[in-house]
Design a protein around this ligand. Structure first.
Ligand code: NAD
Length: 331
C-alpha cells in the first residue's frame, strides 16, 4: 500500500496478538516500524520473523516509564497504541496493575506523543465501554456505566484522548474493538480469550466450559478487519474522521453456544473425534456484558471501513493457524 511507504510508525504492544499482526502488515507495506513491548502478555515469537528486518526495531520497555515512551515516540509520525492489560477478570483480580498500565501508561503515551509531535495517536479502546447499556446495536455516542475496572480504564482512555486534543491539539482516533480473534491470539493462561481457549480444548479432546447457558452474544471481529481499520485510521484524509471514536466489529451477532458449534464444525473436518465433544456449562462471570453487537455505520461513513469476514469465514481462516500451532503442543 503506497500510503504506508516510508512512514514512521510506533506500535506499542507490538509483540501481542493484535500488535504483532499490525507490525507484520506495516513492514510488508513499506513502513518503518518500532515496536515497544514489555513482553508481559506478548511474546517475542510473535515478531520473530521481523526482528532482523532492516525497517523493524524492537524496544523492550514499559509504558509505565515516561522516559521509555518519550524515546520510543522520537521521530515517529503515527502511534498505534495497543499496549494494555486486557481481560475483564484480570482487572477484577488486580485492578491496581490494570489501572497503572491502562491509565497511567496510556497517559504517558499521550504526553510523549504530544512532546514528540506525533501526527495522529490511534489507540485500542474496547466494546466493554458500553457497560450496562442494554441498547442494541451499540452506537458510539450511547454508552452505559462501565461494568469492570478494565472497561473503566478504556473509557478513561477515550476521555483523556479528547482532553489532549482540546488542550494540546494532539489528533487521535479511538477504535473500540469488539472481540477480536485470529492467528497468534494466545490460547494459554487463565485470561485467554474465548476462541483460542475453546479451540485449544477441542484440539485436546476436552470439553470447553461455557460461562452461563451460552446465550450471551458477541460481535466477533476477525484480525484482518482490525488491521484494515488501523490502516484507514493512519491514511484517512477526511478531516471529519479524525478525533473520533469508532466501533470496530463485524456487525454480526453470535451466541457463545453458536460459536462453540462453529468451532466444532470447522475443527471436526481436521479431526473427526471432535464431533462428539459437548460443552460444560458454568456460572456467568462477574463483569461480563450479556450482549455486544455493534453498529459500524460511523466507521463505514467516515473511514470507509467494511468488514470482510463474518464469524464462519473468520473461523475457517483462523483454524489452520490454530491447528498447526496448537497441535504441535498437543498433550
Ligand atoms: P495482547 O495481550 O496480546 O497484547 C497486548 C500487548 O501489550 C502485549 O504484547 C503485552 O506484552 C503489551 N504490554 C502490556 N503491558 C505493557 C506495558 N506496561 N508496557 C509495554 N507493553 C505492555 O492483547 P491484544 O488482544 O493484542 O490487545 C491489544 C489491545 O487491544 C489492548 O489494548 C486491548 O485492551 C485491546 N482490545 C483487545 C480486544 C480483543 O478482543 N483482543 C478487544 C478490545 C480491546
Amino acid at each position: 500500500m503506497q500510503d504506508l511507504k516510508d512512514k514512521n510508525i510506533l506500535v506499542t504492544g507490538g509483540a501481542g496478538f493484535i500488535g504483532s499482526n499490525l507490525c507484520e502488515y506495516l513492514i510488508l507495506n513499506g513502513a518503518y516500524v518500532t515496536c515497544l513491548d514489555n513482553l508481559s502478555t506478548g511474546n517475542k515469537k510473535n515478531i520473530q520473523d521481523l526482528l532482523n528486518h532492516p525497517r523493524f526495531k524492537f524496544i523492550s520497555g514499559d509504558i509505565r516509564e515516561l522516559k521509555t515512551c518519550q524515546q520510543a515516540c522520537k521521530g515517529q509520525e503515527f502511534v498505534l497504541h495497543q499496549a494494555a492489560l486486557g481481560s475483564v477478570p484480570r482487572s477484577i483480580n488486580d485492578p491496581n496493575t490494570s489501572n497503572e498500565v491502562n491509565v497511567s501508561g496510556f497517559l504517558n503515551m499521550l504526553i510523549a506523543s504530544r512532546d514528540q509531535k506525533i501526527k495522529r495517536f490511534i489507540f485500542a479502546s474496547s466494546s466493554s465501554t458500553y457497560g450496562d447499556s442494554k441498547k442494541l446495536p451499540k452506537f458510539e455516542n450511547h454508552i452505559g456505566k462501565p461494568m469492570s475496572p478494565y472497561a473503566l480504564t478504556k473509557y478513561i482512555n477515550e476521555l483523556y484522548a479528547e482532553i489532549f486534543q482540546k488542550t494540546f491539539s494532539l489528533d487521535y482516533i479511538g477504535l473500540r474493538y469488539f472481540n477480536v480473534y485470529g492467528r497468534r491470539q494466545d490460547p494459554d493462561g487463565v485470561y485467554a480469550a474465548v476462541i483460542p481457549l475453546f479451540t485449544k480444548k477441542l484440539i485436546n479432546h476436552l470439553s470447553p466450559k461455557i460461562n452461563g447457558d451460552g446465550s450471551y452474544s458477541r460481535d466477533f471481529t476477525y484480525i484482518d478487519d482490525v488491521i484494515r481499520i488501523n490502516i484507514l485510521a493512519i491514511t484517512t484524509k477526511n478531516k471529519d474522521s479524525i478525533n473520533e471514536i469508532y466501533n470496530v466489529a463485524a456487525a454480526g451477532r453470535t451466541t457463545i453456544l453458536e460459536l462453540f458449534n462453529y468451532l466444532k464444525k470447522s475443527l471436526s473436518k481436521l479431526d473427526v473425534k471432535i464431533k462428539n465433544i459437548h460443552p460444560i456449562f458454568g456460572q456467568n462471570r462477574p463483569g461480563d456484558v450479556p450482549h455486544s453487537f455493534a453498529s459500524i455505520e460511523k466507521a463505514e461513513r467516515l473511514l470507509n471501513y467494511k468488514p470482510l469476514y463474518n464469524i464462519e469465514d473468520g473461523i475457517n481462516k483462523s483454524i489452520n493457524w490454530y491447528w498447526n500451532d496448537l497441535s504441535k503442543k498437543k498433550k
